[in-house]
Design a protein around this ligand. Structure first.
Ligand code: HSE
Length: 291
């Protein structure tokens, strides 16, 4: 039996829609895989009641098929589904890493990324890899045009998760099909700034680079209290705030001494909007680990 811990992730980071992602130091999914003639899936933990155990409908079924590696799979969810923290991606990443080891497939971590990405298609309707990439590789990742670049940054973060669900499918439906040249230039500039910030481990540059005028504004409308939470996080010292993944999680970048205050400001602002939430004080961390 092989057990793998795969971290939650935050993708997009505002300006890098379907391209940028970071591994979060915590929370994480823990997955065990054991050889079997037929694949079975057992899910426990956060939000497990909403996750199908049928391999055809679970994100990890596609990974099993791609690796031709049937197994008994036990998934202990540390990451609630429909959170914006890469819940399905973490399970897919853990299973890809675990089955590669269990069946001695000899694939590199980079080769496992598109395989785990197939699992994403089951959940969101499209095989984008911006969440599985950091969950497998760790750090800050850039997945563009089939190439993957990683930067081992370590920026402090707060991820605040409200008790509302936004499905990735729904959040992808509202993404505009066109943008003005002004908004594109603005967002490309911010993405470049963010990348420089990651290379320099500079929370101020990263925060500034998170601003996006194309996708984030329409998605923010799906999250009750978004503007209040964003403002509260900035007032408490955040250097940048954006929707985490497809939402409803909200991600703030900051300096490490400010995390506690930002976390409580975000939770309080959600409460003022009538929404319960919890905040993770975390940082950019490592990728999937075989335990
Ligand atoms: N890039 C994806 C999105 C991440 O924002 O829709 C969520 O899986």
């Amino acid at each position: 039996m092989i057990t793998v811990r795969a971290p939650a992730t935050s993708a997009n980071l505002g300006s890098g829609f379907d391209v940028f992602g970071v591994a979060l130091d915590h929370p994480a999914d823990v997955v065990s895989v054991e050889k079997a003639d037929e694949t079975t899936i057992e899910v426990t933990g956060a939000g497990s009641q909403f996750i199908p155990e049928d391999p055809k409908r679970n994100t990890v079924g596609a990974v099993v098929e791609a690796l031709d590696a049937p197994a008994h799979i036990k998934i202990d969810k540390g990451i609630r589904p429909a959170s914006g923290l890469g819940s399905s991606a973490a399970s897919a990443a853990a299973v890809a890493v675990g089955l590669n080891e269990l069946y001695d497939r000899g694939l590199t971590r980079e080769e496992l990324v598109p395989i785990a990405g197939e699992g994403e298609a089951v959940v969101s309707g499209e095989a984008h890899v911006d969440n599985v990439c950091p969950s497998i590789l760790g750090g800050f990742t850039i997945a563009a045009n089939g190439d993957i670049t990683t930067v081992p940054a370590s920026i402090p973060l707060v991820a605040c998760l409200p008790e509302i669900a936004v499905s990735t499918r729904d959040a992808r439906r509202v993404v505009p099909s066109e943008a003005s040249m002004d908004d594109v230039v603005h967002t490309v500039g911010r993405a470049a700034t963010l990348t420089a910030g990651m290379c320099r481990n500079d929370p101020d540059l990263v925060g500034k680079g998170m601003h996006d005028r194309v996708v984030t504004p329409v998605r923010a409308e799906l999250i009750t209290g978004y503007e209040m939470v964003r403002e509260a996080a900035f007032e408490a010292g955040a250097t940048g705030v954006t929707v985490s993944g497809a939402g409803p999680g909200i991600l703030a970048a900051c300096h490490s001494g400010d995390r506690r205050e930002i976390a409580s400001a975000m939770v309080d602002a959600f409460a003022d909007a009538g929404v319960d939430s919890r905040a993770y004080q975390t940082r950019i961390g490592d990728g999937a680990e075989v335990l």
